[in-house]
Design a protein around this ligand. Structure first.
Ligand SMILES: CC(C)(COP(=O)(O)OP(=O)(O)OC[C@H]1O[C@@H](n2cnc3c(N)ncnc32)[C@H](O)[C@@H]1OP(=O)(O)O)[C@@H](O)C(=O)NCCC(=O)NCCS
Length: 276
């Protein structure tokens, strides 16, 4: 991938080729004026990522791929960076992805640097061969998470959520319990990334407070972080969440057709993993 190529151009047919979908997000923010962010989904086999990594990695990112890494971690690092570069390509198609480096910060958070990129933040999450990433203006902190929905995680996730949260989601959402619990988990983890604390805080601090209508389906607010909202998405056996400041600080504008296409891409990514 070069900076000039659109992220979608890498999408191909068949599971040995990457699947990519990106989505631009309009952020109407009265304090700063209009802002833009981009969300990208990528699914790619490790072999493909390894063969093509010199087209999208910065030298400092290449240096993170030491021989000591387990294949699973190598895959996560590569597909996460690839999704992030796709999000960056959607936001700044004029920049070559190889001049942009995403390095771990002191809290292991992704820190983006590179000539011409300015104050752009990255949030990313990987699950097997699939990753989601957000490129957002630092003026508007955001976080993203992606998890696989597994029925055998129900007992564990039940212990990590409050009875109020579980009741709240059950009141608004049908579907299997594993999906509701995983959606809750994703929302909390995405909030923890927006806050940069990760899951090092008592999980109750990240609790979901209310369900509210969102432009994209299930939207929530948080019990202790009133300035943020979360958007939840689940399809196939993948759940994802996006967290960002809520109105009046930021009003999100998403094209409905583009959101539907993003959702379809997530379903396709889930199906590929199941088939693999
Ligand atoms: C952040 C965290 C919730 C991610 O959980 P996960 O389910 O294992 O992994 P995900 O795939 O969803 O996300 C991983 C990505 O989160 C990002 N991340 C890691 N720590 C982060 C933080 N503190 N804030 C924001 N994002 C963070 C990274 O980009 C990471 O991917 P990468 O290592 O390939 O770059 C978890 O790792 C955590 O709680 N970390 C806290 C670690 C910490 O505070 N360390 C302090 C060391 S001094």
């Amino acid at each position: 991938m070069t900076g000039e190529e659109s992220a979608e151009s890498a999408a191909g047919v068949g599971t040995d080729r990457p699947l990519v979908r990106s989505l631009r997000l309009g952020l109407d923010a009265p304090r700063t004026g209009p802002l833009q962010a981009a969300l990208a989904l990528a699914s790619a086999p490790l072999d493909w990522l390894d063969a093509h990594r010199r087209g999208f990695l910065h030298g400092d990112e290449e240096a993170l791929l030491t021989d000591r890494l387990h294949a699973r971690r190598r895959h996560g690092l590569l597909v996460g960076r690839y999704a992030a570069k796709c999000a960056l390509a959607a936001l700044r198609p004029d920049l070559d992805p190889r001049v942009l480096a995403i390095r771990p910060g002191v809290l292991e958070q992704p820190v983006l640097s590179g000539l011409g990129i300015g104050n752009v933040g990255i949030s990313l999450s990987h699950a097997g061969a699939v990753a989601v990433a957000l490129a957002f203006p630092e003026a508007c902190p955001m976080g993203v998470d992606l998890e696989r929905i597994r029925p055998d995680n129900v007992a564990l996730l039940t212990r990590q959520t409050t009875a109020d949260e579980r009741r709240l989601l059950a009141d608004h959402l049908g579907g299997p319990e594993a999906e509701r619990l995983t959606r809750l988990w994703c929302l909390k983890e995405a909030l923890s990334k927006a806050l940069r604390c990760g899951l090092t805080v008592p999980l109750d601090l990240l609790a979901v407070g209310r369900v509210e209508a969102g432009p994209t389906g299930l939207g929530v607010t948080f019990a202790h972080f009133a300035q943020y909202r979360g958007l939840s998405l689940a399809t196939g056996d993948l759940a994802a969440a996006l967290v960002l400041p809520r109105p009046p600080a930021v009003t999100l504008a998403i094209d409905a057709a583009e959101w539907a296409a993003f959702r379809e891409a997530l379903a396709e990514a889930a199906a590929r993993e199941t088939a693999a």
